[in-house]
Ligand binder design. Structure first.
Ligand code: C2O
Ligand code: CU
Ligand code: CU
Length: 427
């Protein structure tokens, strides 16, 4: 592809919007007045230049979740944009970086609140060499909204701070239960973001054929037929859906029941409808190529580390810990090197699932335990979020390509703010 330029402007400000049918307007904090924020589309090789203006009453930053951007451009809590201030984020989109990313605030202690108030948007990097470019696309940003009796965004309760906040309204692209048109036999490429604070989504599209074609870091090597898709907070996937309607049967995108070990709020026991799917005629079925891209497995690690997720209910000031510690902005937890392959075992000594996320790069999951028994990962994929179920371990490998401070944390944003975060200093 030819290198270009992407220039944009994002302003964080309060806005009043009527998102739900028949409900009064709700005050959000939004980028450019939109929920979700404006979708940014750029191409591999582009130079990105985004001016950010913070008109909120608290510090903010913009974190480019999943993107390989220099540490000082990545919205670290160490580089706050103070109320009334501006800054420009600049970075270049490397070859091979085409994927579905997103952006959200990452200021110290305020990430969860700023995200649930509405600050988040998607960032899609495209490639000129895309084997699925012939398919029509749908982009689905999944989030949930918790409103109080007055239709305003409720504060976090003690249960939300413990279990992670879930809302009573599941939204798709900021709307409630949209209708998606699909023809019998038609193939569409869906990019799906779990942009909720804490909800783990077990997605299903009963009756239709669904192939997983991509993860956080872009396309996988070859399509994989799936029945359901577990997407934890922060995580993305690309699927190809082929319309297969049963006459007289309603069709929907569902979140199937999933238990994540919550202690203070009820588990999800029923299937929830995120969107309905309407049959729009018949269409010829486009080809789904067998080969999507090459993914080279990362080799033997130069270094192995253990990252322990734990909960300490006895100490309300330090409930969620990594290697026994609460996050400290002034403490480097690990030191690494540019270009060095690391292997991390993320071990859960917790009672809840905690989705692990690492900044600055993508990782490959090597293996995971299921009920304590190691299972080799069945396929290669680039990811930046992986769920760590209670009591299990996930082994992953990665390389950091640029120096600087990189956060890693649980992507249940209440846990991250409470200190389930640590720092890797890449030298
Ligand atoms: Cu999407 Cu450090 O987060
Ligand atoms: Cu991130
Ligand atoms: Cu967590």
């Amino acid at each position: 592809g030819r290198a270009g330029q992407f220039v944009g402007r994002l302003q964080a400000a309060p806005v009043s919007l009527p998102l739900l049918p028949g409900k009064p307007a709700t005050t959000f904090w939004a980028y450019n007045g939109q929920i979700p924020g404006p979708a940014i589309v750029a191409w591999e090789g582009d130079e990105v230049n985004i001016a950010f203006a913070n008109t909120l009453q608290q510090p903010s930053t913009i974190h480019w979740h999943g993107m390989p951007v220099p540490a000082e451009q990545d919205g670290n809590p160490h580089a706050p944009v103070l109320p009334g201030q501006q800054r420009t984020y600049r970075f270049e989109l490397a070859a091979g970086s085409a994927a579905s990313y997103w952006y959200h605030p990452h200021p110290h202690g305020h990430t969860a609140q700023q995200a649930y108030m509405g600050l988040a948007g998607v960032f899609v990097v495209k490639s000129h060499d895309d084997p699925l470019a012939h398919l029509p696309e749908q982009w689905l940003v999944l989030s949930d909204l918790k409103l109080d009796a007055h239709g305003q965004i409720a504060d976090n309760s003690a249960a939300d701070r413990h279990d992670g906040r879930e809302g009573q309204f599941l939204l798709v692209n900021g709307g409630w239960q949209p209708v998606i048109a699909l023809a019998e036999g038609e193939r569409q490429r869906w990019r799906i973001w779990n942009a909720s604070s804490a909800r783990i989504l077990k997605l299903a599209l009963p009756a239709h054929e669904v192939d997983l074609v991509g993860t956080d870091g872009g396309l996988i090597a070859t399509p994989r037929r799936i029945d359901s898709l577990l997407l934890s907070p922060g995580e993305r996937a690309e699927i190809v859906i082929t319309g297969r309607f049963t006459p007289g049967q309603p069709s929907a995108l569902l979140a199937l029941p999933y238990h994540r070990g919550k202690a203070m709020s009820p588990e999800q026991d029923d299937s929830l409808t995120l969107a309905t799917i309407r049959q729009a005629g018949n269409k010829a079925t486009a080809t789904l190529p067998d080969k999507l891209r090459d993914i080279t497995p990362l080799g033997a690690p130069a270094l192995k580390r253990v990252v322990n997720f734990s909960e300490n209910m006895a100490d309300p000031a330090a409930m969620f810990l990594i290697n026994g510690k609460k996050f400290d902005m002034n403490r480097v937890d690990f030191s690494g090197k540019v270009g060095q392959i690391e292997e991390w075992d993320i071990v859960s000594q917790a009672h809840m699932d905690h989705p692990f996320h690492l900044h600055g790069t993508q990782f490959q999951v090597q293996a995971r335990t299921e009920d304590g028994v190691w299972q080799t990962e069945p396929f290669l994929a680039w990811r930046d979020v992986v769920n760590i179920p209670a009591g299990e371990t996930v082994r992953l490998r990665f390389v950091q390509g640029m120096p600087g401070l990189r956060m890693f944390h649980c992507h249940i944003l209440e846990h991250e703010d409470a200190g389930m975060m640590a720092m890797l200093d890449v030298g």
